[in-house]
Design a binder for this molecule. Structure first.
Ligand code: 2P0
Length: 319
C-alpha cells in the first residue's frame, strides 16, 4: 500500500497567530492565505510490514525531530492500531525557515495517507485533519485565495478565488535559509501568555478578515496590500511584545521591507508580508514581477530569490 501526494505552501495575508485550544490545535481566529504554485512538498507514504516503527525521510535524511508530529497525524488518518509506515518527503524550498514548509508537508501527508488506505475523505474533512497537525496546513488543501474560519468547535476552510481569477505573483527574498530559532507553536503560546497586545490582536482579526475578503472579491490590490501589511506588522508587534520576545527578523528583513516601500513610492504594485522567519514575501501584480525581483535581489543580505505564481490544491500524484 503506497500513495504519493503533492502540496504547495501557502502565505497568509491575514495571519494565524494564537490558539484557542492547543490540544486540538484550533486557532484563536480566522486567516486568509494564497496558495503558491512553484514551491512544493511531495510526500510518499508506504506501509512496510518489515518495519517495527514508522520512519520519516526528509530530502534523503532521516528526520527524528518531526517524526512524532507525523506519527500523530498518521494515527488520526489511518487509526490505531496500524502498521508501520515509511514516509518519504521531498521539498524544493528551505524547511522550517518561515516558508510554510509544515503547511505543504502536512497537507500532502493527509492526502497521501488517506489515499494509501483507499479512503476518500472529502477536502473539507482532510483540511480539518491537516489543521490538527499544523494550523496553516488546512489552507493548503485548497488553491488560490483561501479563508480559514474559526467556527465554534471546529475550523471551516473555503476557497475565495481560484488562482486564475487573480493571478498575482510572489517574490520571496531569502535572507537566511537555516531553520528558525523557535517553532511557531511554542512562539504562539509565549505570545498568548505574555504579550500585552495579544487579546487586542485577536479581537481585531475579524475586521481585518472582512477588509481582506472585500479587497479580494473586488480585486483591489491597494486595499489588499494595505490590510495585509497592517496585519503582518501587528502580528510581529504581538511577537515583539512577548516575554521573552519572539523576534524572527534580521537586518536584511528590514532592508527588504525598505526596498518594497521604495518600490511602492515609485508606483509599483507590490506589498510585503513576513511570517515566522526572516524571509520577506513580496506580493505583486504580474507586470511588476521583474522589477520587484531585481530590486530584492539587489538588496543587502538577500542570499536567494524564489518566484512563484498562485497554485492549486493539494492532490494525489501517484497511487
Ligand atoms: C500563518 N504562521 O498564518 C502564520 C503566520 C506563521 C506566521 O501558521 O502550531 O506551523 O503547527 O498550528 O501552522 C505557522 O504556524 O503552526 C503559521 P501550528 P503552523 O501562516
Amino acid at each position: 500500500m503506497q500513495a504519493t501526494a503533492r502540496a504547495q505552501p501557502n502565505i497568509a495575508l491575514i495571519k494565524y497567530w494564537g490558539k484557542r485550544d492547543s490540544a486540538r490545535n484550533l486557532p484563536a481566529a480566522g486567516s486568509i492565505s494564497i496558495t503558491l504554485s512553484d514551491l512544493h512538498t511531495e510526500m510518499c507514504v508506504e506501509v512496510d510490514e518489515s518495519m517495527r516503527d514508522d520512519v520519516l525521510i526528509v530530502n534523503e535524511c532521516e528526520d527524528r525531530d518531526m517524526l512524532p508530529r507525523v506519527k500523530r497525524c498518521l494515527d488520526t488518518i489511518v487509526g490505531k492500531p496500524r502498521p508501520a509506515v515509511r514516509v518519504v518527503s521531498r521539498c524544493n524550498f528551505p524547511i522550517a525557515a518561515g516558508m510554510a514548509s509544515s503547511a505543504s508537508a502536512f497537507a500532502a501527508l493527509v492526502v497521501a495517507a488517506d489515499s494509501m488506505l483507499g479512503q476518500s475523505r472529502d477536502t473539507a474533512e482532510l483540511a480539518g485533519l491537516a489543521g490538527r497537525a499544523s494550523g496553516s496546513a488546512a489552507r493548503s488543501l485548497y488553491g488560490g485565495f483561501v479563508e480559514l474560519e474559526n467556527c465554534d468547535d471546529d475550523i471551516y476552510v473555503s476557497q475565495l478565488l481560484r488562482s486564475d481569477e487573480w493571478p498575482l505573483r510572489v517574490v520571496v527574498a531569502i535572507t537566511t535559509p537555516g531553520p528558525k530559532p523557535l517553532g511557531s507553536s511554542d512562539a504562539m503560546e509565549i505570545s498568548r501568555r505574555t504579550s500585552p497586545f495579544y487579546n487586542r490582536w485577536i479581537e481585531r482579526q475579524s475586521a481585518d478578515l472582512d477588509e481582506a475578503r472585500t479587497a479580494i472579491a473586488n480585486r483591489d490590490f491597494a486595499k489588499l496590500g494595505s490590510v495585509a501589511e497592517h496585519n503582518c506588522l501587528k502580528m510581529h508587534s504581538v511577537m515583539w511584545g512577548s516575554r521573552p520576545p519572539v523576534i524572527y527578523w534580521h537586518s536584511a528583513t528590514l532592508a527588504c521591507m525598505q526596498t518594497v516601500r521604495d518600490l511602492q513610492s515609485e508606483g509599483v504594485g507590490v506589498f510585503f508580508t513576513i511570517d515566522a522567519g526572516p524571509q520577506v514575501k513580496a506580493i505583486c501584480l504580474p507586470e511588476e514581477e521583474a522589477r520587484v525581483r531585481a530590486a530584492l535581489a539587489d538588496t543587502t543580505g538577500v542570499s536567494d530569490i524564489m518566484v512563484s505564481g498562485l497554485g492549486a490544491r493539494a492532490r494525489l500524484v501517484l497511487r
